[in-house]
Ligand binder design. Structure first.
Ligand code: AMP
Ligand code: ZN
Length: 111
């Protein structure tokens, strides 16, 4: 999509630290990390919401989460996977993304 920041990251028009590059999805470091490890995982196809993702995309994203968590050594200590969807959740970038957060104790409930 023309003006989407995450589509620009996919096309390499905006620099990011990409740590996983799959067929249907890509993952990079969040520019404003909320934990020692904060990775954003996105489908390569532009979409706003989970309902638009197909099962191959979701399967690859969840498999990427597993691979990345193991790579970052947070699989055993634990991590949180978050989707902010829509205005009540405060979705800022309108391209579906999964936040993977780890490396510190995370509070619950979230704000
Ligand atoms: P959300 O509020 O769920 O839409 O979160 C959007 C996330 O994207 C935030 O955590 C931002 O820090 C992150 N973000 C925005 N622009 C960039 C960028 N250019 N590179 C990496 N992360 C970004
Ligand atoms: Zn996009």
């Amino acid at each position: 999509m023309h003006d989407c920041i995450f589509c620009k990251i996919i096309k390499n028009e905006i620099q990011s630290n990409i740590i996983y590059n799959g067929k249907l999805s890509i993952a990079f470091e969040d520019i404003n990390p909320q934990a020692p490890h904060h990775i954003v995982i996105i489908p390569k196809r532009h979409m706003v919401a989970i309902s638009e993702a197909d099962k191959n995309e979701l399967e690859e994203i969840f498999s990427a989460v597993d691979i990345i968590a193991k790579q970052l050594n947070i699989n055993d200590s634990g991590f949180r996977l978050v989707v902010n969807q829509g205005k009540d959740a405060g979705q800022f970038v309108p391209h579906l993304h999964f936040h993977l957060l780890g490396g510190r104790k995370l509070n619950w409930p979230p704000g």
